[in-house]
Design a protein around this ligand. Structure first.
Ligand SMILES: Cc1cc2nc3c(=O)[nH]c(=O)nc-3n(C[C@H](O)[C@H](O)[C@H](O)COP(=O)(O)OP(=O)(O)OC[C@H]3O[C@@H](n4cnc5c(N)ncnc54)[C@H](O)[C@@H]3O)c2cc1C
Length: 376
């Protein structure tokens, strides 16, 4: 928390050099004041740190256009588990100088070293931005809009969705009426650029595609209202059921409609509240499974069954068990179960090589406790 300084905004090289403990939204605002733009934008931006974003390879809303945190990182300073300090990468945009070790640390969840400084890529701040809210009474139609927009030659900044149950939960949480919440499912699309006419043409095209896909309404959205609602999804579920499981699956874009369709039906099968929302522009879907007033015993019996069905489907569709939240302790056993043994062996070899005493977040991501005991 004391490493909270933005060290440099280098406008010519379009790079921001930041200590790891700078809050993401603080960095976004600081570069924006200089007419620049940082592409990373996890929904937790007001509370998470840049170092945490890099350590988890955070995704977020703008990944469709700008990529995930990995795509923003040009370099970093790391303190290794053996107590050395190393700088990997730097202010340059290309690097073919040996193994790109920096990428091992991105998404390593603190298991390989401590990231203390980050070099982040900046781009020019787009002049215009437009947020559209497209409402469907059918979730399948809503989700199916995504590939159609992407294939129409439009690259939105964000394509997000919320199912009707999530919208209703957010309404209760924020104590605010949201548009068409009675039976609506939302697709939220943000487009941005420097030419207002092109942007308007893109809006019209999206509305046309939405109508062809049975949308019941297309609205120019108030960004403050619509993004507050989208970002409140997780906290709204937590307020209803303190215990819940948040799944974070990712599938190829074309498989999203099928995946969401089948997963959301599990709620009926198990008679449990399952709320779906997420980043459908990049195939990343969050599914909150709520414990509500079930006993702990019932919950522990039911949850693995639902997860088993979800992950069997996701892997059948060519997906993975986490798109952006990572593995931590929660999914370590699942990673072990679903990952190709060769890939898993490589992950463990990297962990053992860089952290021989297993002192960095032991037990997170991959467990090597049996093989490498921590020395006294
Ligand atoms: C409301 C809400 C919305 C969210 N929305 C999104 C979203 O849209 N997209 C998304 O990807 N994620 C989202 N997340 C999860 C997101 O990944 C994290 O919020 C964020 O990226 C983690 O940063 P943090 O600073 O909070 O890290 P923490 O949660 O504190 O740490 C995460 C992990 O990284 C390690 N770590 C932290 N800092 C460092 C460091 N400097 N060096 C090495 N290891 C480190 C920790 O040990 C831990 O294992 C959301 C979370 C919440 C609560």
């Amino acid at each position: 928390e004391r490493m909270n300084k933005i060290l440099e905004i280098d406008k010519d090289n379009m790079v921001c050099v930041s200590e790891a403990g700078v809050t993401t939204s603080v960095l976004q605002d600081a570069v924006q004041k200089e007419g620049l733009f940082y592409g990373g934008d996890p929904c937790s931006g007001d509370s998470c740190f840049i170092g945490g974003n890099v350590a988890t390879n955070a995704g977020g809303n703008r990944a469709v256009k700008y990529g995930v945190t990995r795509d923003q990182v040009m370099g970093m300073e790391v303190v290794t588990p053996t107590g050395e300090v190393v700088t990997l990468g730097g202010k340059f945009r290309k690097n073919a100088t040996g193994y790109m070790l920096m990428h091992l640390f991105i998404g390593s969840e603190g298991t390989l070293g401590i990231i203390t400084k980050v070099y982040l890529k900046l781009v020019a701040l787009p002049k215009y931005q437009q947020d559209l809210l497209v409402v469907f009474d059918n979730l399948d139609d809503a989700i199916a809009l995504t590939p159609k927009v992407m294939n129409a030659g439009i690259t939105p900044v964000c394509v997000e969705f919320m199912d009707n149950a999530s919208i209703k939960q957010v309404e209760v949480f924020l104590d605010e009426k949201l548009p068409k919440s009675e039976n609506g499912n939302y697709i939220i699309i943000q487009i941005a650029g420097d030419n207002e006419d092109v942007l308007m043409d893109q809006c019209e095209k999206i509305v046309e595609l939405a109508e062809d896909n049975n949308a019941i309404d297309s609205l120019v959205a108030d960004p403050a209202v619509i993004w507050k609602s989208r970002k409140a999804y997780l906290e709204a579920d937590r307020a209803r059921s303190l215990v819940f499981s948040m799944e974070d699956i990712v599938v190829p874009m074309t498989e999203i409609p099928g995946a969401v369709q089948q997963i959301s039906r599990l709620g009926e099968k198990y008679n449990v509240a399952m709320h779906c929302a997420g980043h459908c522009g990049d195939g990343n879907v969050h599914i909150d499974i709520l414990k509500d007033d079930r006993t702990q015993e019932e919950w522990e019996e039911m949850l693995p069954k639902i997860q088993g069905e979800i992950y069997a489907l996701v892997y059948k569709l060519g997906g993975r068990l986490s798109g952006e939240h990572g593995i931590g302790y929660k999914r370590e056993a699942l990673l072990e179960k679903y990952t190709d043994p060769v890939e898993l062996k490589m992950m463990k070899a990297v962990k053992k090589a860089l952290d021989p005493k297993n002192i960095m977040n032991p037990g997170k991501v991959v467990s090597i406790n049996d093989e490498v005991p921590v020395e006294e």
